[in-house]
Design a protein around this ligand. Structure first.
Ligand code: FAD
Length: 395
């Protein structure tokens, strides 16, 4: 009889933890190795969208998500910088199922981690090396551990240490912009409209605002140009006065919100062109390690959840011998989809930063982008993966 597979997931961010949940739900032996001593509590908002939210519900996390998220719906809209409306923001899929919500990154990490058995996550494990044979994949860690598995999922983020074992090493591409991020307690801006995602666009910059934690926090992200490459981190402190100056003269609603900011963090925006491959033998890439993207479609986390759900289906019932083929199927399904979203996020950034001679043309493209949004929101990662292996899933 063939033995059950053992899978290592390197990285305990949203992507790695979602993969662990997807695998564990199907009874697959999965362990997460995270370099940090504890899972990070830091961060600001992440937008979940219908394609990602539906999958989190399929993982049994709907109730937990509702307790910490803030649903986004009608009234969500795009504006020019002075507040002139451009178009509504689509928040449902084409069957009008909701699923757009603001969630604090730490809350989402917490929900995923809480869904895992106690011994699943091993913190203080920084992966520093990888090797494989026809029958096993071996990880080495900075603490001296050397552990062998049937497959390794590299979910170690945009600066992935494991990516080099799949493709030629390359640096991520700096976008020329940084994002100032943070939140304001709702009681300081009682006039702020409820349950909406609002996005204002001006020359070289844009501002996105949506609620978190049942609407108790109003999360803002101000995207502004910076010539020099900047670090990306949830915890690099920024200057609130500088942030206010960047958006001086914009819609009074934004200016009033920014007047309440007493702490802000900034994040250098980087992505990559789509990689040619994600899989080498028993090693595959997931999330930002595979497809780091600019945040201008709000899909980074959602795509990593799609990766996770896909792997859950594809590894279900696999034997150690099957794994290289199953991981190739994962790449075949996921790489073109994620590449399309990566490229779409770059294109949307040009619209949001008004990099158009003719702004009427930009506005028309924003209005027409609903079909592209729906093609993202309607995607059913479970169904696509099930079709690929011809099995029924645990929903
Ligand atoms: P990450 O979240 O980067 O997690 C990678 C994990 O791997 C980290 O915990 C890291 O400590 C660990 N790690 C790294 N190297 C090693 C190693 N050698 N050994 C062991 N562990 C290692 N997406 C959105 O949709 N909206 C947003 O607003 C948004 N904001 C973001 C802000 C920041 C600062 C970051 C980093 C990402 C943001 N994203 C956002 C992207 C989104 O969070 C990611 O696309 C999504 O979380 C998937 O990320 P990931 O799990 O692949 O990688």
């Amino acid at each position: 009889m063939t033995r059950a597979i053992r899978v290592a997931i390197v990285g305990g961010g949203i992507g790695g933890l979602a993969a662990a949940v997807a695998l564990k739900r199907r009874g697959i032996d999965a362990t997460v190795f995270e370099q940090a001593r504890a899972l990070t509590e830091i961060g600001a908002g992440v937008q979940l969208q219908p394609n990602g939210t539906r999958l989190l519900h399929s993982f049994g996390l709907g109730e937990a998500l509702s307790a910490v998220g803030a649903p986004l719906g009608d009234g969500s809209a795009y504006f020019r910088q002075d507040g002139a409306p451009i178009a509504p923001i689509r928040t449902t899929d084409s069957q009008d199922r909701p699923g757009m919500m603001g969630v604090h990154r730490a809350d989402l990490v917490g929900i995923l981690a809480d869904a895992l058995p106690d011994d699943t996550i091993r913190t203080g494990h920084k992966s520093i090396g990888f090797d494989q044979t026809a029958t096993e994949a071996v990880l080495t860690f900075e603490n001296g551990d050397e552990l062998s598995f049937d497959a390794v999922i590299a979910a170690d983020g945009i600066h992935s240490a494991l990516q080099q074992y799949v493709v030629e090493p390359s640096e991520p591409v700096y976008s020329g912009s940084v994002a100032f991020r943070g939140y304001v307690p709702r009681e300081l801006v009682p006039e702020w409209p409820e349950r909406v995602s609002l996005l204002w666009m001006g020359a070289d910059r844009h501002m996105l605002v949506y609620p978190l934690r049942g609407g108790k926090l109003i999360n803002y992200v101000g995207f502004v140009p910076r010539a020099q490459a900047a670090i990306e981190s949830w915890s690099a402190p920024g200057d609130p006065d500088q942030l206010r100056a960047e958006f001086a003269g914009w819609d009074p609603l934004i200016q009033h919100l920014l007047e309440q900011v007493d702490e802000t963090f900034w994040w250098g925006l980087r992505d990559r062109a789509p990689l040619p491959r994600w899989t080498e033998g028993r090693l595959t890439l997931l999330g930002d390690a595979a497809h780091p993207m600019l945040p201008h479609l709000g899909q980074g986390a959602n795509q990593s959840i799609e990766d996770a759900a896909t792997l859950g289906v594809l590894l279900d019932g696999a034997t150690p011998e099957d794994l290289p083929d199953r991981l190739q199927t994962y790449e075949k399904i996921r790489l073109p989809r994620a590449a399309r979203v990566q490229q779409g996020a770059r294109a949307n950034g040009l619209r949001y930063d008004s990099a158009y001679v003719d702004l009427e043309q930009r506005d028309r493209e924003i209005q027409d982008s609903v079909q592209f949004r729906l093609s993202i929101f309607d995607y059913d990662a479970l169904a696509v993966a099930e079709e690929a292996v011809g099995i029924h899933s645990l929903r």
